[in-house]
Design a protein around this ligand. Structure first.
Ligand code: IMP
Ligand code: MG
Length: 178
């Protein structure tokens, strides 16, 4: 696995420091609001697990699973594979995403969730690949802005692999080209 890595973009230490800051900000902003953290499976789960531990206020958890990517190619098709288990009407929702690229996926999710009349929906994304954005998405809590490169690790995959890397890395070109 490690021999497939071109370079490490964000180290474990950098991630953990930033996640702590995000957790603090959310705890401060949502005090007394009992927010629902909605994580988008599967890429966001490592981020979610670390973030949860840094949130010091009461909150609950739910999951959404959608299909969008196959390998590196954005299909443009967003389909809900697993919907939320709970009703979010009048709830404060925080959407937890691993990475926002074109923004198409999140745009779709936001529209779907807002139709359910929550008290509010905000976005918390670990990575922002801003230069690739097609639809404008407000990111309320952002971990890092990254350049236009395909990244893996810390939950993010390339063809379902590399999710267990503890850092965020760029793969060698020959691996991506395969
Ligand atoms: P978007 O709809 O283009 O914003 O794509 C968002 C989703 O695509 C993310 O939630 C990821 O699951 C996936 N994705 C986008 N860029 C990358 C990447 O560099 N590495 C791994 N997954 C990515
Ligand atoms: Mg994702």
């Amino acid at each position: 696995m490690n021999e497939d890595i071109e370079r490490i973009l964000i180290t474990e230490k950098e991630i953990s420091e930033r996640v702590k800051e995000l957790g603090k900000a959310i705890s401060r902003d949502y005090s007394g609001k009992d927010p629902v953290l909605v994580a988008v499976l599967r890429g966001a789960i490592v981020f979610l697990c670390d973030l949860l531990k840094e949130i010091s206020i009461p909150m609950s958890l739910d999951f959404l699973s959608i299909s969008s990517y196959s390998g590196q190619v954005q299909t443009g098709v967003v389909r809900i594979l697993k919907d939320l288990d709970q009703n979010i009407e009048d709830k404060y929702v925080i959407l937890i995403e691993d990475i926002i690229d074109t923004g198409l996926t999140l745009n779709y999710i936001l529209r779907t969730l807002k139709a359910r009349k929550p008290a509010g929906v905000r976005v918390c994304a670990l990575l922002d690949k801003k230069v690739r954005r097609i639809v404008d998405i407000p990111i309320d809590y952002r971990g890092f802005e990254i350049p236009d490169e395909f990244v893996v690790g810390y939950g993010m995959d390339y063809e379902q692999g590399y999710r267990n890397l503890p850092f965020i890395a760029v793969l060698k070109e020959e691996i991506l080209g395969k």
